[in-house]
Design a protein around this ligand. Structure first.
Ligand SMILES: [Zn+2]
Ligand SMILES: [Zn+2]
Length: 354
């Protein structure tokens, strides 16, 4: 391989703009693959890091919702020329978390978009190239899936798939989803596709309307969910939701998630990835209702496969493409963050000069 010049936009600290960095990429090591980045969408956690709400380790190339084309591969399962997205997590496959179904908690975990450039210089999406390290899990993207949607599969889509996997069979179940951002819309559409009756909860009327467009039977503000008619008891079933997906991270929503859960329900907490005030709950009520309260953080490789398959089916690719409200070139990655903080769009995308 002749030397390739790469460019990245490096995050140093919350108050300072991203700084352009140029470097050349040497020969690949065994197990590595080089990807030319096509698109990177900014996830909420990128925004939290960039604004200082989430701590970051040293200068880093942010962005983990990435799609790209493989330039060269020395990895067994990654094919040169293919368009791919890849798991945010690289896991060892041998430690106890890896062997017990939670590889995202690997003892030797590496995460794209999170590492210091001193350790891994091209490991984030805000760059012309990404160097996939040995053990990365990449998925080929079918032609019908737009770049920006394939990017979103990698975090929002796969995390929604992980939450639904933990919730269990959703056919004919009453599912309440708190938070109708991209993660919520993914969960709503996926749950509706499996035959669930989905009620979305969001404070924002525009997001409630989107929730209905993406498959929710109804959408309500938080104040009225407890009295929603679809959660009423009848001769055959208890009052409440059979599954609650808490994706907003708001403290009141976490409390409400437990309150509205029906007897035998699963309450899946996903959104609370930043510190919030602790909540208290009534253990007796949890016991008597046989509740299962579970946290889901990141996802396993199979969830990414499920997300890509979901976006490749029907018109999901085009539907989800509409959630990207503005696209910026790599040179304006800082403007992309500024726009996202100011206007709170569902997603902004950063694309690379080809
Ligand atoms: Zn993310
Ligand atoms: Zn491991």
């Amino acid at each position: 391989m002749s030397a390739i010049r790469a460019q990245s936009m490096v995050f140093h600290s919350p108050a300072t703009p991203l700084v352009r960095r140029d470097e050349s990429i040497g020969p690949l090591d065994d197990g590595q693959a080089l990807v030319e980045v096509l698109c990177c969408t900014l996830c909420g956690s990128d925004l939290h890091t960039q604004s200082g709400r989430r701590p970051a380790h040293g200068p880093t190339v942010l962005g983990h919702e990435i799609v790209g084309r493989v330039v060269e591969s020395r990895a067994r399962d990654i094919v040169a020329g293919e368009r791919v997205t890849w798991s945010v997590c690289v896991s060892c496959g041998t430690c106890i978390p890896c062997r017990t179904g939670i590889p995202q908690k690997c003892r030797r975990l590496f995460k794209y978009g999170h590492q210091s450039i001193d350790e891994a210089p091209l490991a984030g999406g805000l760059a012309t190239h990404c160097l996939l390290r040995k053990g990365s899990f990449a998925v080929g993207v079918p032609d019908g899936v737009p770049d920006a949607v394939a990017s979103m599969a990698n975090c929002a889509g796969a995390t929604a798939a992980a939450a639904l996997r933990r919730a269990g069979d959703l056919a004919d179940r009453r599912v309440v989803v708190f938070g109708a951002g991209v993660l919520g819309l993914c969960a709503i559409a996926m749950a509706a596709a499996t035959g669930a009756t989905v009620i979305a909860v969001d404070t924002d009327p525009r997001r409630r309307a989107l929730a209905v467009d993406f498959g929710a039977a109804d959408a309500t503000p938080p104040e009225t969910i407890a009295d929603h008619q679809s959660l009423a008891a009848n001769d055959e079933r208890p009052a409440g939701a059979d599954v609650v997906l808490e994706l907003s991270g708001a403290r009141d929503a976490v409390l409400a998630s437990i309150d509205i859960a029906a007897c035998g329900a699963a309450v899946i907490l996903v959104g609370a990835v930043s510190p919030i005030e602790p909540i208290s709950f009534d253990p007796e009520s949890v016991v008597r209702r046989l509740l299962r309260i579970e946290g889901v953080h990141n996802y396993a490789p199979g969830d990414l496969v499920a997300a890509v398959e979901f976006f490749a089916s029907g018109d999901n690719g085009e539907r989800f493409r509409s959630l990207v409200e503005k696209t910026f070139p790599l040179s304006q990655a800082q403007e992309a963050f500024d726009f996202a903080h100011r206007h709170r769009p569902l997603r902004v995308a950063v694309t690379m000069p080809s």
